[in-house]
Design a protein around this ligand. Structure first.
Ligand SMILES: Cc1cc2nc3c(=O)[nH]c(=O)nc-3n(C[C@H](O)[C@H](O)[C@H](O)COP(=O)(O)OP(=O)(O)OC[C@H]3O[C@@H](n4cnc5c(N)ncnc54)[C@H](O)[C@@H]3O)c2cc1C
Length: 401
């Protein structure tokens, strides 16, 4: 018998190819597959279940404040209900302190919500989402290196380095802030570094936090957030000027805990470091467009925001939910990448994304200026908002959904 000649494989064909399996891509994939669309998901990293610790030891330093709106979306894909309740902490109230003695408080009770948000570990979210991807029948291409992306009138084709090709009516860029797909689609992004690095770490605290998240705008322009974890524990995000971040990262566990406790006025007593610090450089990015020919951008590929409001992934889940809704409501249009659908998606997202970027970026810049008059004004403004329930409700509303 003569051996079979090598066969050139035709590209595998899908309605939607999601390039990037971060939390946003992982959530979008099952949501679209549930609509009956043929969906593929690709990433340079394996799409695998992370190992979860036993009991209440070992806390992931990457945690997210998941808004009630995002929680509802995650529930709709089957992930929220798979999270272990003992690893989640509700934010029941929040206190924000200005750099001149002012403060602003929010409470879930006043807003008629069960929680302002829930603090969830990244790996727990991944572990909940990966089975949803599998159950929904999504084909995964991972780990794979993206090599080239080319376009025809009715599709995009992604070539991987191993010569596998995947074609889809719609290519979704879910590959993060420095998105390769966005560049290949010709959307030019100006990424503006904030000159700050987010230092994250987890601590055991002496006193109960009572589900209260706290945030301080510090005199050096930095922003420190303490987020409640289950039990007597907190997770911090210290958006620090680059030099201070380097200093914090170099400190040993005891010195770091003492420094963080002092910066927070010892409101929870003494702290003990339980997860070493990790660092994330921070940048702002606003794009001229969130769609292009056969492409839609979602998550950090579509917008970069400061983490002070804990809204980056929530905005990304909002993108995923909006794209799912547009494709669900597409009527007789079979083509998932039809220009009219992409325009509809872009229109739905422009306002929520712009509003969140304006508020978060505006706050960073407002508190980043050291002018004494401005300092007085911003603190007076903060105290005034605190006395206006309607203004507070309006401020909180966009963060809840
Ligand atoms: C310190 C900090 C705290 C934060 N806290 C919060 C919070 O409390 N709440 C909140 O809502 N948001 C928060 N955010 C924001 C949040 O982390 C991001 O918005 C979110 O992770 C973006 O998810 P994503 O899936 O869009 O992108 P990513 O998580 O960046 O995922 C992108 C995926 O694409 C893959 N990829 C990238 N490039 C390629 C390539 N060339 N080839 C193949 N694969 C590729 C990557 O492997 C990855 O899997 C925080 C951010 C920081 C820095």
């Amino acid at each position: 018998m003569t051996p079979a000649a090598p066969v050139a494989h035709a590209p595998r064909d899908y309605d939607v190819l999601i390039a990037g399996a971060g939390l946003v891509g992982l959530a979008l994939a099952p949501a679209l597959a549930e609509l009956g669309l043929r969906v593929a998901l690709a990433d340079r990293m394996p799409v695998a279940m992370p190992a979860l610790p036993e009991g209440d030891a070992d806390w992931d330093p990457r945690v997210y404040a998941i808004s009630p709106g995002s929680a509802a979306f995650l529930r709709s894909v089957g992930a929220w209900q798979a999270l272990a309740p003992e690893r989640i902490s509700p934010i029941e109230s929040m206190r924000v302190a200005g750099d001149g003695g002012a403060s602003l408080g929010f409470s879930a009770y006043d807003l008629g919500e069960r929680a302002l948000a829930w603090i969830v570990e990244e790996r727990a979210l991944r572990a909940a989402l990966v089975p949803c991807v599998r159950l929904a029948g999504v084909d995964t291409y991972a780990p794979q290196t993206f090599a080239a992306l080319h376009w025809s009138a009715d599709s995009g084709t992604l070539d991987f380095e191993d010569a596998t090709q995947v074609t889809a009516r719609l290519v979704v860029a879910a590959d993060g802030l420095r998105s390769w797909v966005r560049g290949a689609a010709g959307i030019v992004a100006a990424i503006e570094p904030y000159g700050q690095t987010a230092v994250v770490a987890n601590f055991a605290c002496e006193r109960a936090h009572h589900g209260c998240a706290r945030q301080w705008f510090l005199p050096d322009g930095g922003i420190l957030a303490w987020l409640p974890l289950p039990g007597h524990r907190i997770s911090i995000v210290w958006s620090a000027p680059a030099a201070l971040a380097t200093e914090l990262l170099a400190q040993d566990a005891a010195a770091l805990a003492a420094r963080v406790a002092t910066a927070g006025g010892h409101v929870l007593g003494a702290l003990e470091t339980i997860t070493p610090a990790a660092a994330f450089p921070l940048a702002f990015m606003r794009l001229p467009a969130s769609v292009a020919h056969r492409v839609a951008l979602v998550g950090d590929a579509a917008h970069g925001i400061h983490p002070l409001a804990g809204q980056g992934v929530n905005l990304g889940f909002g993108d995923a939910e909006a794209l799912t809704a547009v494709l669900r409501e597409r009527g007789p249009v079979a083509d998932a990448g039809a220009p009219a659908l992409l325009e509809r998606y872009a229109r739905r997202r422009v306002e929520p994304v712009r509003a969140m970027q304006t508020v978060t970026d505006g706050l960073v810049r407002l508190f980043g200026v050291s002018d004494p008059l401005l300092k007085t004004l911003r603190n007076l403004g903060m105290s005034a908002v605190d006395r206006l329930p309607l203004a507070k409700r309006l401020l909180a509303q966009s963060a809840l959904h």
